[in-house]
Design a protein around this ligand. Structure first.
Ligand code: C2E
Ligand code: CA
Ligand code: CA
Ligand code: CA
Length: 279
């Protein structure tokens, strides 16, 4: 037993060093990938539930690693945040997304926005309104074609600075969305204190689970509350037609999910018809 114990310790320490080495490798590769533009942005359409029309899209990072293939954001966003790489990376994402929004809206149909995810560290270090202003100018993107998704946690710390940044963005005409709503410490007062346009209900509320029935009660309440204070609501993770119809029935504004489409390359988004299939 003593032997086995010692072996376990050895395994454990080797496991830790392996993981540290693996992380360092990934960090170096990420640096290289950013420098060589190996990270791409894909777009997931957002559907107006009442009309079935595509009204926007969310920009989602995709990394094609030279040896490992596609690496999901969950495996590198954290590293990017801790190393500060998120700042140049996020600017690339925003520039690409705004360029796509400009091309998408060039046809002069009803305005469609592209939503970009903002990480908390990026929000604080990078003089965000100035960067956004510059990207909009360079890409010819109208401010209301851009939506910025932030998470609830951001609103709980450093109120004055956060409020200042959000007000500056909102006054420029950029829309602010709360991402993953319902998973953080929802202090509901922030919904009226900050200039928020959209709530995105986290997909844990829409995925089929044992708690589905209760989750529907919550979703209905969130939609009613959001509308009561003048916000639009997006349901994330919509995978079935039945759910989409139910959401439309309770007046949820928009849906996003595999029922219509996952995230697709820019050219595919631009080639999509106005009406979503599936829904
Ligand atoms: P998120 O912002 O909540 O993005 C939605 C995630 O749900 C995406 O995963 C999307 O592919 C996935 N999804 C969409 N529809 C469905 C569905 O019907 N069912 C299910 N099960 N999943 C669905 P993805 O692309 O892997 O991104 C994961 C997270 O990584 C994102 O969560 C976001 O927090 C982060 N992320 C992605 N791109 C960026 C970025 O450019 N910047 C920052 N800061 N974070 C990003
Ligand atoms: Ca998001
Ligand atoms: Ca989300
Ligand atoms: Ca609507």
């Amino acid at each position: 037993a003593k032997e086995a114990g010692r072996n376990n310790v050895q395994f454990y320490t080797r496991d830790i060093t392996d993981r540290a080495a693996e992380r360092l490798r990934l960090e170096a590769d990420l640096r290289c990938g950013i420098a060589h533009d190996a990270l791409d942005v894909h777009y997931q359409p957002k559907i107006d539930l009442a009309t079935g029309r595509i009204v926007g899209a969310e920009a989602l990072l995709r990394w094609l690693h030279p040896e490992r293939g596609w690496i999901p954001p969950s495996q590198f966003i954290g590293i990017a945040e801790e190393t500060g790489l998120i700042v140049p990376l996020a600017e690339q994402v925003m520039r690409k997304a705004c360029g796509v929004a400009t091309r998408w809206n060039a046809r002069g149909e009803e305005a469609r926005h592209i939503a970009v995810n903002l990480s908390p560290s990026q929000f604080h270090v990078s003089h965000l309104p100035g960067v956004v202003q510059q990207v909009l100018q360079e890409t010819g993107c109208r401010p209301d074609w851009l939506e910025l998704e932030i998470t609830e946690g951001l609103l709980l710390v450093n109120h004055a600075a956060t409020l200042g940044t959000l007000n500056a963005l909102s006054q420029m005409g950029v829309r602010i969305a709360i991402d993953d709503f319902g998973t953080g410490y929802s202090a509901l007062s922030y919904l009226t204190r900050f200039p928020i346009a959209t709530l995105k209900i986290d997909r844990s509320f829409t995925q089929p689970t044992s708690g589905s029935q209760k989750n529907r009660v919550l979703v209905e309440a969130i939609v009613a509350m959001a509308h009561g204070v003048g916000l639009e609501v997006v349901a994330e993770g919509v995978e079935t037609r039945e759910l989409a119809e139910w959401l439309a029935g309770i007046g949820c504004d928009m849906g996003q999910g595999y029922l219509w489409s996952g995230a697709i390359p820019a050219h595919a988004l631009l080639a999509m018809e106005t009406h979503a299939r599936g829904g």
